[in-house]
Design a protein around this ligand. Structure first.
Ligand SMILES: Cc1cc2nc3c(=O)[nH]c(=O)nc-3n(C[C@H](O)[C@H](O)[C@H](O)COP(=O)(O)O)c2cc1C
Length: 387
């Protein structure tokens, strides 16, 4: 067997003020689904949704529309999962949003920046659909009614095959406790997402004691698939940060998984917060102050991979019939195969795309190459570690 390359190049270490947008797409190749797929060995099914390939983009890492199309044929991927959308526009967090870690992992507190479902549908979806991409929309909300409103906005969206329900958001009706941390709140959000009249995929947080309990609630509320997992609570800490004028803890008072966060300095659980509460909202040590600079947020990339594989493995064992999508640290065909063996029907590529925007196609090509060399299909590989 030919060895596959190790995980993708690590992003440059350090703090950046990434805006949540990828470089503008050049001419987007207009290839339809099927014409640019590597072959039938990659075909899979997630719940009721048939995909030409088991490799997708991960929400929040491929823009809102056809941005990534500058780097490869979007119609050649299993699906493009767009950044989470609310029923309203949301600005995300102020600067210093991503912190690269050695080895290719990342802590982000981008926030759920987005134009809102309505604008997305009219201004972003058309170019994405025209690229030939299979589109999965992702939604978020701060109340059950906001999930319902975001979902309802998708009911008229042509060309969207499924809605991923990002529950890593604070629930304003429950003391800003994360939806994702509560079985009943997760169920309510997933149920509300039924307004989209699309297959529902529940995107769950790994920051819980009993993931299967949350997954059972999501499936019981109508989700036909689980996307596992969102980011893990993490913090990058630069011990010399303030001395270098890069700000302090208070600058990211409420931050989170899924890039969720409240405005700077707001103590835990601000609107659109992710799966994390900043330790010291309001305790701002800005440029020129003294002490370390800390960036609490959501950890993604290679460090998350084993956590995500375990989540997939446990949920596949508990829910043999559910659709499962594995996400966390996929940067080569090798990680994709690990997810499939653990029981995932498909995988998503996120953080690796920041180091190499062609990462989803690279992962897909490596997976296809492995399948061909071993005379196997993705469907045959699913759950191999459980047999
Ligand atoms: C910068 C950034 C933004 C993200 N935004 C979202 C988002 O809007 N919605 C969501 O459900 N997940 C979001 N995520 C989480 C990813 O979709 C994915 O679950 C996670 O990063 C793990 O995959 P990875 O290790 O391949 O990045 C974001 C991740 C990153 C790094």
């Amino acid at each position: 067997m030919r060895a596959e390359p190790a995980a993708g190049r690590a992003p440059a270490s350090g703090v950046g003020a990434w805006t949540g947008r990828l470089p503008a797409a050049g001419r987007v190749p207009r290839r339809g689904l099927g014409s640019s797929l590597p072959g039938p060995e990659l075909a899979t099914t997630v719940g009721s949704v048939a995909l030409g390939s088991a490799v997708m983009t991960a929400s929040g890492t491929a823009g809102h529309g056809a941005e990534l199309g500058a780097y490869g044929p979007l119609g050649g991927l299993g699906a493009v999962v767009v950044k989470s959308l609310a029923a309203f526009p949301w600005p995300g967090n102020p600067g210093l949003r991503v912190h690269g870690l050695p080895g290719g992992s990342m802590v982000n507190h981008v926030g759920l920046q987005g134009p809102g479902v309505e604008v997305w549908r009219t201004e972003h979806l058309p170019s994405l659909a025209a690229s030939g991409a299979t589109v999965v929309a992702s939604i978020w909300g701060r109340t059950v009614a906001e999930y319902e409103a975001a979902a309802a906005g998708l009911a008229e969206a042509d060309g969207v095959v499924a809605v991923e329900v990002n529950v890593s958001c604070p629930n304003l009706e429950d003391r800003s406790r994360m939806f994702s941390h509560s079985p009943s709140a997760t169920a309510e959000a997933v149920e509300a997402a039924g307004a989209a009249r699309l297959p529902r995929w529940a995107k769950l947080s790994p920051n819980v004691a009993d993931l299967c309990e949350i997954a059972a609630a999501a499936l019981g509320a109508g989700a036909e698939a689980l996307t596992l997992v969102n980011t893990l609570l993490g913090m990058a800490l630069d011990p010399d940060g303030a001395a270098r004028g890069v700000g302090g803890v208070g600058g990211v008072g409420s931050v989170g998984s899924a890039g969720g966060a409240g405005p700077a300095g707001r103590a835990g659980g601000g609107p659109a917060g992710g799966d994390s509460r900043g330790p010291a909202g309001g305790d701002s040590r800005g440029p020129g102050g003294s002490g370390p600079a800390a960036y609490p947020g959501g950890l993604s990339g290679p460090a998350l991979h084993p956590v995500a594989v375990r989540a997939v493995f446990d949920c596949r064992r508990a829910f043999p019939e559910a659709g499962i999508v594995g996400v966390g640290g996929v940067a080569s065909g090798r990680e994709a195969r690990a997810f499939l063996a653990a029981g995932a029907d498909a995988v998503q590529v996120g953080t690796a795309t920041f180091a190499d925007p062609r990462a989803p196609w690279k992962v897909q090509a490596e997976l296809a190459g492995w399948c061909r060399r071993h005379g196997m299909t993705v469907k045959e590989m699913i759950g191999a570690a459980l047999r």
